[in-house]
Design a protein around this ligand. Structure first.
Ligand code: UDX
Length: 440
C-alpha cells in the first residue's frame, strides 16, 4: 500500500521506517530541510536503537523515500499519517495548528480517496475538527479521518512499533477501518491485539493511558514519601503490589518522577480538555503535584547530607528524561541540576548519549563523556536516570575517586548492600538509607 507520513519526530520517523519494513511504499515528509538531509545521509535526528538501520533498509529497498514537499505525500496514497508536533500553549492546552495545516495540505494535494490518520497525541474532538477541515475539499475525493494513537516509548520505538501491545483504531466508517486493518495486516497476523472503536473513544483512550501511567508513577512516589516517614521500603511495597496481576509491577518505580515530552504535557492537555467539557479531573492535578515534589525531595536530601551546597561538586549520572534516550525535554534530572546550580553547587553530569543536548538546555552544566571523570573529587553522586553502565558502576573505583563517599540514588538503581559494602553513605528514594550516622 502507498502510505504517507507527515512529521518525522520521535513518532513519525520510526512509524515511517516500520511501515516500509512491513512492505508498504512510504513517502516521509518533514519541513525541516536540515533534519531531512541528515536522515537521508543516515544521520538520525535523535538517538533511537535500531532506527538508523531500519531507515537504511527502507531506503535500499526503495520503499522508504523522503521529501520536504507536502504535495508529494498524498499522491496515489491510500493513507497519510499526521505525526507533527502538538506543543503546549501557555495555558497547557495542546497547540494543534500544525495538525490542522497538515490535514489542509494533505486534502489539497490528494489525488484520490484517502484515509487521514491522526497519530499525534491530540485532545478528544480533534479528528472531528480535522474532518471539518478536509470536508471543504470533498467535492473531488472522499476523505476519512481516523485516530490511530501511538503508544511507543522512546528508546524502544522500533520494537514497540513492530510489536505493539495493541493497535487502536478509532474510525466512524467501515471503509476506513478496512484500509487500516489491511495496512496493519502483517502485525495483526503476528498476534498484535486489534482494537477498533469510534474516533473520540480512541482519542480519549490514548490520553487515559498516559494519564493512568503517570498516576501509577505518582502513586509510587507518594508511597516513597510515606516509606521514608514510616521506615519502609518502597521497592518491596511495589513488588508486593505489582505481584497482583490486577495492579502489575510496571511503572511503579519511585524516584525523580516522570518527565519527557509526553506525560507532563499530555496530563496538562487532558486536564484542560476535561475542564472544557465541564468535568473537574482533580486527580490529575494531584498526580502532577506529587511528581513536581519528587525533584524537591531529592534536592532536600542532597542539601541535608552535604549541608551548604555552595562550591560542592555534585556528579549527576543521567541527564535525559530517562535512560536509553538523548531526549532532555522536561527531564527531572536536568530540573534537579538547575536547582543545584541555583543553590551554588557545581554540577558535572555524565550521560551515555545526552551530554550535548543537556548542555544546550543548561549551559551552566558541565559534562564528561566518561562517568569516572565526573566522579573525580565529587562530594556526592546522584543517579538521575537508569542506564546499565550506572547500575554496573565500579564502586571501589568510584570510592577512590570521590571526595566524599555519598550516593543519592534518584532511581533506586543500585544494590544497597553492595553500595554499603564499598563504604558509601547511601540515600535511595523511599528505602532505608545506609551509613548516615556520620552525616547526621
Ligand atoms: C510514554 C508512554 O510510555 C508511551 O506509551 C507514549 O506513547 C509516550 O509517552 P516515553 O515518554 O517514551 O513514553 O517514556 P516512558 O518510558 O513511559 O517514561 C516516562 C517517564 O516516566 C520517564 O521520565 C521515566 O523515567 C518515568 N518513569 C517510568 C518513572 O519515574 N517510574 C516508572 O516506574 C516508569
Amino acid at each position: 500500500m502507498r502510505v504517507g507520513v507527515v512529521g518525522l519526530g520521535h513518532v513519525g520517523l520510526p512509524t515511517a521506517a516500520v511501515l516500509a519494513h512491513i512492505g508498504h511504499d512510504v513517502v516521509a515528509m518533514d519541513s525541516d530541510a536540515g533534519k531531512l538531509a541528515g536522515i537521508v545521509a543516515g544521520d538520525m535526528p535523535f538517538f533511537e536503537p535500531g532506527l538508523q538501520e531500519m531507515v537504511g533498509e527502507g531506503q535500499r529497498s526503495g520503499r522508504l523515500t523522503f521529501t520536504a514537499d507536502i504535495s508529494d505525500v498524498p499522491r496515489d496514497a491510500q493513507a497519510v499519517f499526521i505525526c507533527v508536533g502538538t506543543p503546549p500553549r501557555a495555558s497547557g492546552e495542546a497547540n494543534l495548528l500544525a495538525v490542522e495545516e497538515a490535514a489542509e495540505a494533505i486534502a489539497t494535494h490528494a489525488t484520490g480517496d484517502l484515509v487521514i490518520v491522526e497519530k499525534s497525541t491530540v485532545p478528544a474532538g480533534t479528528a472531528e475538527r480535522l474532518a471539518q477541515v478536509v470536508r471543504r475539499h470533498r467535492d473531488e475525493h472522499r476523505f476519512w479521518v481516523v485516530s490511530n494513537p501511538e503508544f511507543l516509548q522512546e528508546g524502544r520505538a522500533i520494537e514497540d512499533s513492530l510489536r505493539p501491545s495493541r493497535i487502536l483504531i478509532g474510525a466512524n466508517d467501515e471503509a476506513a477501518t478496512a484500509v487500516m486493518s489491511a495496512l496493519y495486516a502483517p502485525m495483526i497476523e503476528a498476534g498484535a491485539r486489534w482494537i477498533a472503536t469510534d474516533v473520540v473513544t480512541a482519542e480519549l483512550a490514548k490520553h487515559a493511558s498516559n494519564a493512568f501511567l503517570s498516576m501509577k508513577i505518582s502513586f509510587a512516589n507518594a508511597m516513597a514519601r510515606l516509606c521514608e516517614l514510616a521506615g519502609g521500603d518502597v521497592v518491596d511495597v511495589a513488588d508486593a503490589m505489582g505481584a497482583d496481576p490486577r495492579i502489575g509491577r510496571d511503572f511503579l518505580n519511585a524516584g525523580l518522577g516522570y518527565g519527557g515530552y509526553c506525560f507532563p504535557k499530555d496530563l496538562d492537555a487532558f486536564e484542560m480538555l476535561a475542564e472544557k467539557l465541564g468535568y473537574d479531573f482533580g486527580l490529575l492535578r494531584e498526580v502532577r503535584k506529587i511528581n513536581d515534589e519528587a525533584v524537591e525531595v531529592t534536592l532536600r536530601k542532597i542539601a541535608d547530607v552535604l549541608w551548604n551546597l555552595e562550591g560542592k561538586k555534585i556528579a549527576l549520572l543521567g541527564l535525559a528524561f530517562k535512560g536509553g534516550t538523548d531526549d532532555t525535554r522536561l527531564s527531572p534530572s536536568l530540573k534537579l541540576a538547575e536547582r543545584l546550580l541555583a543553590e551554588g553547587a557545581r554540577v558535572v553530569g555524565s550521560d551515555p548519549v545526552a551530554n550535548d543536548a543537556a548542555r544546550k538546555e543548561l549551559p551552566a552544566l558541565e559534562t564528561c563523556a566518561d562517568l569516572y571523570e565526573a566522579l573525580e573529587d565529587a562530594h556526592c553522586v546522584v543517579i538521575g536516570t537508569e542506564w546499565p553502565e550506572f547500575a554496573d558502576v565500579d564502586l571501589a573505583r568510584a570510592a577512590r575517586l570521590m571526595k566524599f563517599k555519598i550516593i543519592v540514588d534518584g532511581r533506586n538503581l543500585l544494590d544497597p548492600e553492595a553500595v554499603s559494602a564499598a563504604g558509601f553513605t547511601y540515600l535511595p528514594t523511599g528505602r532505608p538509607g545506609r551509613g548516615l550516622e556520620g552525616h547526621r
